[in-house]
Ligand binder design. Sequence first.
Ligand code: CP
Ligand code: NVA
Length: 304
Amino acid sequence: MKKDLLTLRDLSSDDFDSLFIRSFELKKRLGLGITDQPLQGKTIGLIFDKASTRTRVSFEVAMIQLGGAPLFLSAKDTQLIRNESVSDTARALSRYLDGLVVRTYSQDLLKELAAEASIPVINGLTDLYHPCQVLSDLMTILEKKERVSELKIVWVGDGNNVAHSWLNASAILGLNLVISSPEGYLPQERILELAKQDAGDSIRVVSDPKEAVRGADVIYTDVWASMGQESESAHRKKIFKPYQVDEALIGLAKKDVIVMHCLPAHRDEEITADVLEGGHSVVWDQAENKLHMHKAVLEKYISH
Ligand code: CP
Ligand code: NVA
């Protein structure tokens, strides 16, 4: 039976481990010039209803490197824009394709698509979650720190889709995760509470960002207004200002703290330009590792 990757809750800790092992193998083999092409003859569709640079290109290149073919389907150029139902779209596309990567607004729409499709559906970001991002970010942490457990990982800023996926990962892997968001901008309560139920004391909310980052191994931030929230940008800038990741804030963390951002970044809003470009930042490795992790994900989900 086909499997979908709609949230990190779809994975067991063994699944995480096998994806980490395989993504590192694939990265190493690519560096040695060895080609692995297990997906020859396979085609995936990428239905994107929101802008993307990294996720789109890394999935497309991942599929090509694995010997298969990606088809980019801008949602506005399909019959979805003319109100063809998600169900009919899913059933038709299942007759041509071996898998779908989808970036859209609604997690419910993604679920509906996956329920109707007979091929694997992978979440390339919704308003609620960004699971593949956090998988590749965990790979980057492993690469830099050689472990993820016991590290203090601090989310600073908006309790958004990426933060929700961090909570899901923490629930499954038992990560030491601190969420530091302004009041009213915490992650959704049901996602936070469920993660805390599963992870216990290892997930904490600490509103004051200075207190939150004390002794941190990893500081992670993201934009203050995600795609679809642009009209709130000016209002959010005022509320989030104390949550800017700047030199003073990272000075409170461990000396070897790494600073992460899924990108795209707004310099001098959620993160100062000098921190983004500074010695603690690993954002370009994060961007690269999306390619290696997406190859591991495609290998796992697209049947050979
Ligand atoms: N990090 C990330 O998902 O980037 P894109 O929006 O460019 O895909
Ligand atoms: N939280 C951001 C992530 C972009 C990769 C957004 O949803 O716009």
